[in-house]
Design a protein around this ligand. Structure first.
Ligand code: SAH
Length: 225
C-alpha cells in the first residue's frame, strides 16, 4: 500500500524517483558538473517550491510561474549560476530576488550564511515559512529593494542577482568584498540578456560574459503586496 503524507507528493506509479534522476541527468548534460552544487540540488527538492497546477512539472528543466507574476528559474540556470559563484563553506552570500526561495535554499547548503531579499512581501513570507519547515536556519529573508543591497550585513563574499538590470547596480558592486564574485543577468527586459560574472580585484572589477539568459526585470521599489 502507498501512504501519502503532507510532504510526500502522491506517487502511485513510483515514477517520482525516476523523474528526480532525470532531473539530475538534465543538469549534468547542461553543464552543471560541480559535485557540491549537484549534491545541494539533489538534496533540495524543487517540488517544495512550485505550487498549484505547475507542481507536477517541478522536475522539468524549465522556469515555472510562481505567485506575484514572478518565476522560479530554470534548474540548469540555477545550477550554472551557483557553479559560477564558486561558493565556499565560510562564505556570506547575498541573493537579490528571493522568488520561491529555491536558489536561496541551494545556497544555504553551500555557504555559511545566506541573506536574501525580494520586493514582494508575500514571496518573502512564503519563502521564509518554507526555510523554517525545511530547517534551513542559515537563511535570513527580508522584503526590500535589493538594488541597494543589504548595507547592514555588507560586505559579502558572493552576490547573486536573479532579476535582470541594465547594468550591475552600483550599491551591489560596493558591497562586494575584494576577491568577491557577483553573478547576474544584465540587459533590457524582454530582450536577450547576458549572464555575467563580476570579480572584485584589489584595483577594480573584472567582467566575464557567461551565456545568454532570460530573467524577469529588476524593478525599483517595494511592491504593494
Ligand atoms: N531566485 C528565485 C527566482 C527569482 S525571480 C527563485 O529561486 O525562485 C526574480 C525575483 O526578483 C522576483 O521574485 C522579483 O520580485 C524580484 N525582484 C525584482 N526586482 C527586485 C528588486 N529591486 N529587489 C528585490 N527583488 C526584486
Amino acid at each position: 500500500m502507498t501512504t501519502t503524507g503532507p510532504d510526500q507528493p502522491s506517487d502511485p506509479t513510483g515514477d517520482l524517483a525516476e523523474r528526480k534522476m532525470r532531473f539530475l541527468f538534465a543538469l549534468r548534460s547542461r553543464g552543471v558538473t560541480d559535485a557540491r552544487v549537484l549534491t545541494a540540488m539533489e538534496r533540495i527538492d524543487r517540488g517544495h517550491f512550485v505550487r498549484g497546477i505547475f507542481a507536477d512539472r517541478a522536475y522539468e528543466d524549465m522556469p515555472l510561474p510562481i505567485a506575484c507574476g514572478q518565476t522560479i528559474s530554470q534548474p540548469s540556470v540555477v545550477g550554472l549560476m551557483t557553479q559560477a559563484l564558486n561558493v565556499q563553506p565560510r562564505d556570506v552570500v547575498l541573493e537579490v530576488g528571493t522568488g520561491s526561495g529555491y536558489q536561496a535554499a541551494i545556497l544555504s547548503h553551500l555557504a555559511r550564511r545566506v541573506y536574501t531579499v525580494d520586493r514582494h512581501k508575500r514571496l518573502v513570507r512564503e519563502a521564509a515559512d518554507l526555510f523554517r519547515t525545511l530547517g534551513l536556519t542559515n537563511i535570513t529573508a527580508l522584503a526590500r529593494d535589493g538594488s541597494f543591497g543589504w548595507p547592514e550585513q555588507a560586505p559579502f563574499d558572493k552576490i547573486i542577482v536573479t532579476a535582470a538590470a541594465e547594468d550591475p547596480p552600483g550599491p551591489l558592486l560596493a558591497q562586494l568584498k575584494a576577491g568577491g564574485v557577483m553573478v547576474l543577468p544584465v540587459g533590457q527586459s524582454d530582450a536577450v540578456q547576458s549572464l555575467i560574472k563580476v570579480t572584485r580585484t584589489d584595483t577594480g572589477f573584472d567582467y566575464e560574459e557567461l551565456r545568454p539568459v532570460r530573467f524577469v526585470p529588476l524593478i525599483e521599489g517595494l511592491a504593494s503586496e
